[in-house]
Design a protein around this ligand. Sequence first.
Ligand SMILES: NC(=O)c1ccc[n+]([C@@H]2O[C@H](COP(=O)([O-])OP(=O)(O)OC[C@H]3O[C@@H](n4cnc5c(N)ncnc54)[C@H](OP(=O)(O)O)[C@@H]3O)[C@@H](O)[C@H]2O)c1
Length: 286
Amino acid sequence: MHVRQIGDTKVSAIGLGGMPMSIEGRPEESRSISTIHAALHAGITLIDTADAYHLGADDVGHNESLIAQALASYGGDTSQVLVATKGGHLRPGGGSWTLDGSPEHLRQACEASLRRLGVEAIGLYQFHRPDPRVPYAESVGAIRDLLDEGKIRMAGISNANPSQIHLAQEILGGRLASVQNQFSPAFRSSEPELELCDELGIAFLPWSPLGGIKSAADLGSRFQPFAEVAKEVDATPQQVTLAWMLAKSPIVIPIPGSSRPETIRASAAAADLQLTTEQISRLDQA
Ligand SMILES: NC(=O)c1ccc[n+]([C@@H]2O[C@H](COP(=O)([O-])OP(=O)(O)OC[C@H]3O[C@@H](n4cnc5c(N)ncnc54)[C@H](OP(=O)(O)O)[C@@H]3O)[C@@H](O)[C@H]2O)c1
């Protein structure tokens, strides 16, 4: 498995996104555990989660607990695995997603994630989404305090625009390790943030890289050039998508979601796929 860097930590070039194993439509627990084990077996050392990946209010942290359980039952070496979680979103019920970016909430959320993950410090803690009711500097200030206190080892932000990236980098005193934004063939408006991360040397984690849980299967039919290149390199359109992202910059680390061992194995294999400059420019224009 090829490696890339988040802050001072080397991780696999492709991570595992945990969301499909814990929100609406999630599979039985045993299949999720097998999926996480398959990821580890394939050499994946980055797992992305959030306290908000769950169903109702009585189920908070479902995904974090699942990951902790899968790591504990793996049997192999998991010491190099970076679990990246997030705080700042809530799911009170009925499928809704709400926000709380207050320092008080972020502190409580981090303490709860620490307990569920069973660690002394969270490897990478990401502020999930700006809360319009709370000044961004206050939310990121809370993340800085957690970093200073050693509750988290690295700090990241998510769903941030370029000015928020600059502000976070300033508040964190140059210690912003990652930015996680939506980026896929269908959603390219995060290009400016990707380029800024490349310039600043900050890891960029594209979320929903395959277009999201409901659309991932249709990627090839919606974006023909991805299907064409897939034929040329004997791969799937989803694998070509991941390889295309990896080719954009060494700071890009896609985190495709999976709820089946087959899909995360296929995604992991995409790290080995080499595309030509001509193929990449065709995909850029698709
Ligand atoms: N920061 C944020 O605000 C935010 C928002 C959304 C998501 N995320 C993170 O980003 C991760 C990825 O996003 P996502 O899960 O929404 O969408 P996604 O990665 O675009 O698509 C996920 C779906 O793709 C399928 N898939 C995965 N690899 C495949 C492959 N190689 N070939 C064919 N199908 C494949 C999976 O199917 P199966 O389920 O059948 O395996 C899965 O349901 C999430 O899991 C989460 O960790 C973050």
